[in-house]
Design a protein around this ligand. Sequence first.
Ligand code: ARG
Length: 353
Amino acid sequence: MIMLTEAQEFIRLYYIETGKEEREMVARLEEIEDEINRRGTYVHTSQELEFGAKVAWRNSNKCIGRLFWQSLTVFDKRDLCKEEDIFEALLDHIEYATNAGRIRPTITIFSSSDVRVWNHQLIRYAGYETQGGVIGDSDSLAFTKVCEGLGWKGEGTNFDVLPLVIQVNNHPPKVFNVPDSYILEVPFRHPEMDWFSDLQLKWYAVPMISSMKLEVGGITYGAAPFNGWYMGTEIGARNLADDYRYNMLPAIAEQMGLNTKSNASLWKDRALVELNTAVLYSFKEDGVSIVDHHTAAHQFKKFEEIERDAGRDVTGNWAWLIPPMSPATTHIFQKPYNNEKVTPNYSYQPNPY
Ligand code: ARG
């Protein structure tokens, strides 16, 4: 009966927040109860699903970008069950979301139980273990092996885009290459430091998370890839900076002529600032949406105010909300957040591989 309770709670929220008539709500609740009693489950209308996906973003405790939750574009692709068709829908998502750089927050929702996208993100770089250390993104080591086991072979560069791996029911997964024309990337250069481009660093434009599940009113959508745009520090203070990822701080500090022998020279901090400057500068110059962490924190403050005025409690995960650079310069650092999980929401699920 868990499903019925969760369905009722969600439907009430939907009707209250969208200002629909009480008697319509009562009728819909009866219909759903009936359906659950007969079949053990029920089917969301497209409007309920769209509302659920948006509120799931609003409830995402780790996300600093939630001010824009209502602007999410929702593609309802629950009718697709062929891998080829799902692949086409994923390409459509990439194209619509990328929008030649004017990134649009987007989610594509597939059939609740039968579809899985094995990738962590729709566009993500491969990682290879070699004698001389890792080439590419160490975060992708396991999944890259899976792709190779399915017959895919990358070029072996630091930035090979992984193929899409799509599974329907218990069929063996199918592998599809993303055509280059769909992949927008930004090569990094620095507004003052000319040598920066020689590092040959770049990143893809749109972070499209495809490994999380969406839970709405007791129904779980295991394949529901979604995206916003990047906050600069995700790339400049984590992906390219973490010593277990691309580990670029030593090379940058070297070029800057800093004393990397002394922690107290703050070479890591100074290299971080320039790397993040390059990320923001390059995205902006290429006309690709991105937000710096100061602006994002301001936007989050606005979100908190709007939610308070709407009579809703904001839940949040402090450790994730604070940016990984200069966190104490943001208001988020200075206050506690309640990390309770409210549904609808997105959450992790076990890898299918
Ligand atoms: N941190 C992840 C990455 O660097 C992306 C997570 C989602 N980020 C976002 N801005 N919506 O790839």
